[in-house]
Design a protein around this ligand. Sequence first.
Ligand code: URA
Ligand code: SF4
Length: 287
Amino acid sequence: MRQHLLTDHLLGVGTVPTSFKPQIRHEQARQSEPMQARQATPPPRRPAPIPAFRLDEQEAKPKPASMATSVIESLWDRITIPNAGGNESLTVDEKQQLLDQMNLMEVATCKQCDLCRGRTQTVFGEGSATADLMFVGEGPGQNEDLQGRPFVGKAGELLEKMIQAMGFKREQVYIANVVKCRPPNNRTPQLAEVQACGGYLLRQIAIIQPKVIVTLGGPAAQLMLNTQTGITRIRGQWHTFDALKPDGPSIDVMPTFHPAYLLRSYTHDNRKKVWADLQAVLERLGK
Ligand code: URA
Ligand code: SF4
Protein backbone atom coordinates (compact mmCIF):
# COMPACT_ATOMS: atom_id res chain seq x y z
CA MET A 1 0.00 0.00 0.00
CA ARG A 2 2.73 2.38 1.07
CA GLN A 3 4.79 1.65 -2.02
CA HIS A 4 1.73 2.01 -4.14
CA LEU A 5 1.00 5.44 -2.76
CA LEU A 6 4.60 6.52 -3.14
CA THR A 7 4.79 5.27 -6.71
CA ASP A 8 1.57 7.07 -7.51
CA HIS A 9 3.05 10.26 -6.19
CA LEU A 10 6.28 9.87 -8.07
CA LEU A 11 4.45 9.22 -11.28
CA GLY A 12 2.34 12.25 -10.66
CA VAL A 13 -0.90 10.30 -10.56
CA GLY A 14 -3.20 9.52 -7.71
CA THR A 15 -4.14 13.12 -7.28
CA VAL A 16 -7.63 13.89 -6.19
CA PRO A 17 -9.23 17.05 -7.44
CA THR A 18 -10.80 18.76 -4.51
CA SER A 19 -12.94 21.76 -4.06
CA PHE A 20 -13.06 23.56 -0.81
CA LYS A 21 -12.85 26.84 0.95
CA PRO A 22 -10.76 26.83 4.09
CA GLN A 23 -13.07 27.26 7.02
CA ILE A 24 -12.01 29.50 9.80
CA ARG A 25 -12.78 28.44 13.32
CA HIS A 26 -12.09 31.02 15.95
CA GLU A 27 -11.13 30.12 19.44
CA GLN A 28 -9.46 32.03 22.18
CA ALA A 29 -5.87 30.92 22.80
CA ARG A 30 -6.50 30.39 26.45
CA GLN A 31 -4.72 28.19 28.87
CA SER A 32 -7.98 26.45 29.57
CA GLU A 33 -8.46 25.60 25.91
CA PRO A 34 -9.61 21.97 25.64
CA MET A 35 -7.15 19.81 23.79
CA GLN A 36 -8.04 18.33 20.41
CA ALA A 37 -8.71 14.64 20.01
CA ARG A 38 -5.07 13.87 19.33
CA GLN A 39 -4.15 14.96 22.80
CA ALA A 40 -6.15 13.61 25.70
CA THR A 41 -4.88 15.49 28.74
CA PRO A 42 -3.68 19.08 28.81
CA PRO A 43 0.04 19.28 29.53
CA PRO A 44 1.38 21.50 32.29
CA ARG A 45 2.12 25.02 31.19
CA ARG A 46 5.69 25.61 30.09
CA PRO A 47 7.76 27.16 32.86
CA ALA A 48 10.09 30.14 32.67
CA PRO A 49 10.87 31.64 29.25
CA ILE A 50 14.23 30.82 27.74
CA PRO A 51 16.73 33.69 28.01
CA ALA A 52 17.62 33.77 24.28
CA PHE A 53 14.07 34.83 23.54
CA ARG A 54 12.95 36.30 26.81
CA LEU A 55 9.37 37.44 26.78
CA ASP A 56 6.85 38.24 29.42
CA GLU A 57 5.03 35.17 30.70
CA GLN A 58 1.74 36.95 31.05
CA GLU A 59 -0.99 35.51 28.89
CA ALA A 60 -2.23 37.54 25.94
CA LYS A 61 -5.98 38.15 25.82
CA PRO A 62 -6.70 38.75 22.13
CA LYS A 63 -10.06 39.96 20.94
CA PRO A 64 -12.07 37.53 18.82
CA ALA A 65 -11.52 38.04 15.10
CA SER A 66 -14.46 38.86 12.91
CA MET A 67 -15.45 36.64 10.03
CA ALA A 68 -14.12 38.56 7.08
CA THR A 69 -15.17 38.56 3.46
CA SER A 70 -12.50 37.07 1.30
CA VAL A 71 -10.69 38.51 -1.66
CA ILE A 72 -9.22 35.17 -2.51
CA GLU A 73 -12.32 33.01 -2.38
CA SER A 74 -11.27 30.92 -5.34
CA LEU A 75 -7.60 30.46 -4.52
CA TRP A 76 -7.64 27.10 -2.82
CA ASP A 77 -10.51 25.87 -4.99
CA ARG A 78 -8.18 25.52 -7.96
CA ILE A 79 -5.61 23.40 -6.26
CA THR A 80 -5.27 19.69 -6.64
CA ILE A 81 -4.01 17.93 -3.57
CA PRO A 82 -1.97 14.77 -4.08
CA ASN A 83 -3.51 11.99 -2.07
CA ALA A 84 -3.87 14.03 1.09
CA GLY A 85 -5.31 11.13 3.02
CA GLY A 86 -2.61 8.59 2.22
CA ASN A 87 0.46 10.47 3.30
CA GLU A 88 0.03 9.74 6.97
CA SER A 89 1.45 6.26 6.53
CA LEU A 90 4.60 7.33 4.67
CA THR A 91 8.00 7.09 6.34
CA VAL A 92 10.25 10.10 6.78
CA ASP A 93 12.40 8.96 3.84
CA GLU A 94 9.39 8.53 1.59
CA LYS A 95 8.07 11.97 2.51
CA GLN A 96 11.48 13.51 1.93
CA GLN A 97 11.66 11.80 -1.44
CA LEU A 98 8.32 13.33 -2.44
CA LEU A 99 9.44 16.77 -1.30
CA ASP A 100 12.78 16.48 -3.14
CA GLN A 101 11.00 15.30 -6.24
CA MET A 102 8.62 18.28 -6.21
CA ASN A 103 11.51 20.65 -5.59
CA LEU A 104 13.85 19.33 -8.26
CA MET A 105 11.36 18.35 -10.95
CA GLU A 106 8.89 21.21 -10.60
CA VAL A 107 9.76 24.15 -8.36
CA ALA A 108 13.44 24.66 -9.23
CA THR A 109 12.58 25.23 -12.88
CA CYS A 110 9.11 26.75 -12.42
CA LYS A 111 8.07 29.65 -14.63
CA GLN A 112 4.42 29.75 -13.69
CA CYS A 113 4.47 33.39 -12.63
CA ASP A 114 6.55 36.50 -13.26
CA LEU A 115 8.46 36.17 -10.00
CA CYS A 116 10.67 33.65 -11.81
CA ARG A 117 12.26 36.54 -13.70
CA GLY A 118 13.81 38.23 -10.71
CA ARG A 119 15.05 35.20 -8.82
CA THR A 120 18.57 33.95 -8.37
CA GLN A 121 17.07 30.60 -7.42
CA THR A 122 13.89 29.20 -5.92
CA VAL A 123 13.52 28.70 -2.18
CA PHE A 124 11.53 25.52 -1.66
CA GLY A 125 11.60 25.17 2.13
CA GLU A 126 13.48 22.93 4.52
CA GLY A 127 13.27 20.96 7.71
CA SER A 128 11.89 17.66 8.92
CA ALA A 129 9.59 15.93 6.45
CA THR A 130 7.62 14.58 9.42
CA ALA A 131 7.59 17.79 11.48
CA ASP A 132 4.66 18.34 13.86
CA LEU A 133 5.26 22.06 13.59
CA MET A 134 5.51 24.07 10.39
CA PHE A 135 6.22 27.79 9.94
CA VAL A 136 4.96 29.57 6.85
CA GLY A 137 6.38 32.95 5.82
CA GLU A 138 5.56 35.20 2.92
CA GLY A 139 8.33 34.77 0.38
CA PRO A 140 12.13 34.73 0.10
CA GLY A 141 14.05 37.94 0.76
CA GLN A 142 17.47 38.85 -0.59
CA ASN A 143 19.51 36.47 1.58
CA GLU A 144 17.11 33.61 0.97
CA ASP A 145 17.21 34.24 -2.78
CA LEU A 146 21.02 34.11 -2.74
CA GLN A 147 21.29 31.03 -0.52
CA GLY A 148 18.23 29.08 -1.70
CA ARG A 149 17.10 28.54 1.89
CA PRO A 150 14.17 30.05 3.80
CA PHE A 151 14.66 32.49 6.69
CA VAL A 152 18.45 32.83 6.68
CA GLY A 153 18.69 36.63 7.09
CA LYS A 154 18.07 38.75 10.19
CA ALA A 155 14.41 37.71 10.39
CA GLY A 156 15.59 34.12 10.10
CA GLU A 157 17.94 34.57 13.03
CA LEU A 158 15.06 35.75 15.16
CA LEU A 159 12.82 32.93 13.92
CA GLU A 160 15.52 30.46 14.91
CA LYS A 161 15.65 31.98 18.39
CA MET A 162 11.90 31.63 18.62
CA ILE A 163 12.12 27.99 17.57
CA GLN A 164 14.88 27.33 20.09
CA ALA A 165 12.95 29.11 22.82
CA MET A 166 10.15 26.64 22.14
CA GLY A 167 12.57 23.80 22.81
CA PHE A 168 13.06 22.71 19.19
CA LYS A 169 16.03 22.68 16.88
CA ARG A 170 15.52 24.39 13.54
CA GLU A 171 15.87 21.07 11.70
CA GLN A 172 13.04 19.51 13.75
CA VAL A 173 10.42 21.86 12.33
CA TYR A 174 9.59 22.65 8.70
CA ILE A 175 9.97 26.17 7.31
CA ALA A 176 8.41 27.29 4.03
CA ASN A 177 6.95 30.32 2.30
CA VAL A 178 3.77 31.06 0.39
CA VAL A 179 5.76 31.90 -2.77
CA LYS A 180 9.04 30.24 -3.69
CA CYS A 181 10.65 33.12 -5.61
CA ARG A 182 11.71 36.49 -4.24
CA PRO A 183 9.25 39.30 -5.01
CA PRO A 184 10.95 42.49 -6.32
CA ASN A 185 12.07 44.72 -3.44
CA ASN A 186 10.54 42.21 -1.02
CA ARG A 187 7.04 43.42 -1.80
CA THR A 188 4.03 41.37 -0.72
CA PRO A 189 3.22 38.61 -3.23
CA GLN A 190 0.32 39.48 -5.51
CA LEU A 191 -2.80 37.41 -5.83
CA ALA A 192 -1.84 35.97 -9.23
CA GLU A 193 1.54 34.94 -7.85
CA VAL A 194 -0.02 33.24 -4.84
CA GLN A 195 -2.50 31.49 -7.10
CA ALA A 196 0.35 30.26 -9.29
CA CYS A 197 2.54 29.14 -6.41
CA GLY A 198 0.08 28.18 -3.65
CA GLY A 199 -0.29 24.62 -4.90
CA TYR A 200 3.33 23.84 -3.98
CA LEU A 201 2.79 24.95 -0.40
CA LEU A 202 -0.42 23.00 -0.15
CA ARG A 203 1.32 19.87 -1.43
CA GLN A 204 4.16 20.40 1.05
CA ILE A 205 1.57 20.55 3.82
CA ALA A 206 -0.21 17.48 2.45
CA ILE A 207 3.03 15.48 2.46
CA ILE A 208 4.31 16.63 5.84
CA GLN A 209 0.91 16.81 7.58
CA PRO A 210 2.08 18.89 10.54
CA LYS A 211 -0.14 19.12 13.61
CA VAL A 212 0.24 22.89 13.84
CA ILE A 213 1.10 25.58 11.31
CA VAL A 214 2.34 28.95 12.55
CA THR A 215 1.85 31.64 9.92
CA LEU A 216 4.28 34.54 10.10
CA GLY A 217 2.86 37.98 9.34
CA GLY A 218 -0.35 39.27 7.78
CA PRO A 219 -0.06 38.05 4.18
CA ALA A 220 0.77 34.44 5.12
CA ALA A 221 -2.14 34.31 7.58
CA GLN A 222 -4.58 35.94 5.19
CA LEU A 223 -3.64 33.58 2.40
CA MET A 224 -3.69 30.42 4.48
CA LEU A 225 -6.92 31.32 6.24
CA ASN A 226 -8.73 32.94 3.37
CA THR A 227 -9.44 36.11 5.28
CA GLN A 228 -8.90 39.84 4.95
CA THR A 229 -8.76 40.46 8.66
CA GLY A 230 -5.51 42.10 9.73
CA ILE A 231 -2.83 40.23 11.64
CA THR A 232 -3.34 42.31 14.78
CA ARG A 233 -6.84 40.91 15.09
CA ILE A 234 -6.30 37.30 14.07
CA ARG A 235 -3.03 36.55 15.83
CA GLY A 236 -3.19 34.71 19.13
CA GLN A 237 -6.26 32.72 18.20
CA TRP A 238 -6.59 29.21 16.85
CA HIS A 239 -7.82 28.79 13.32
CA THR A 240 -8.32 25.68 11.23
CA PHE A 241 -6.81 24.92 7.85
CA ASP A 242 -9.24 22.51 6.22
CA ALA A 243 -7.72 22.42 2.78
CA LEU A 244 -6.67 18.77 3.05
CA LYS A 245 -10.17 17.61 3.87
CA PRO A 246 -12.02 15.36 3.24
CA ASP A 247 -9.16 12.90 2.72
CA GLY A 248 -6.63 14.48 5.06
CA PRO A 249 -6.80 16.03 8.52
CA SER A 250 -7.69 19.58 9.39
CA ILE A 251 -4.66 21.40 10.75
CA ASP A 252 -4.54 23.91 13.59
CA VAL A 253 -3.17 27.30 12.57
CA MET A 254 -1.76 29.95 14.88
CA PRO A 255 -1.08 33.27 13.16
CA THR A 256 1.60 35.42 14.77
CA PHE A 257 3.64 38.48 13.86
CA HIS A 258 6.40 38.17 11.27
CA PRO A 259 9.87 38.18 12.87
CA ALA A 260 10.86 41.00 10.48
CA TYR A 261 8.04 43.10 11.94
CA LEU A 262 9.16 42.17 15.41
CA LEU A 263 12.67 43.34 14.57
CA ARG A 264 11.33 46.66 13.33
CA SER A 265 9.03 47.06 16.27
CA TYR A 266 10.84 45.28 19.08
CA THR A 267 8.55 46.40 21.87
CA HIS A 268 7.84 44.58 25.08
CA ASP A 269 4.20 44.32 24.10
CA ASN A 270 4.92 42.73 20.70
CA ARG A 271 7.42 40.27 22.13
CA LYS A 272 4.95 39.32 24.83
CA LYS A 273 2.26 38.67 22.22
CA VAL A 274 4.50 36.50 20.05
CA TRP A 275 5.67 34.50 23.02
CA ALA A 276 2.08 33.97 24.15
CA ASP A 277 1.23 32.68 20.66
CA LEU A 278 4.17 30.28 20.71
CA GLN A 279 3.23 29.07 24.19
CA ALA A 280 -0.28 28.29 22.95
CA VAL A 281 1.33 26.25 20.15
CA LEU A 282 3.47 24.30 22.62
CA GLU A 283 0.44 23.61 24.71
CA ARG A 284 -1.44 22.24 21.71
CA LEU A 285 1.53 20.08 20.72
CA GLY A 286 1.57 18.68 24.25
CA LYS A 287 5.02 20.08 25.00
N1 URA B 1 10.70 36.56 5.15
C1 URA B 1 9.84 35.59 4.74
O1 URA B 1 8.63 35.75 4.78
N2 URA B 1 10.38 34.46 4.32
C2 URA B 1 11.69 34.21 4.29
O2 URA B 1 12.07 33.11 3.90
C3 URA B 1 12.54 35.24 4.73
C4 URA B 1 12.04 36.40 5.15
FE1 SF4 C 1 6.84 29.28 -9.89
FE2 SF4 C 1 6.17 30.01 -7.45
FE3 SF4 C 1 8.39 30.96 -8.51
FE4 SF4 C 1 6.04 31.78 -9.42
S1 SF4 C 1 6.86 32.11 -7.36
S2 SF4 C 1 7.77 31.13 -10.66
S3 SF4 C 1 4.79 29.92 -9.23
S4 SF4 C 1 7.98 28.82 -8.00
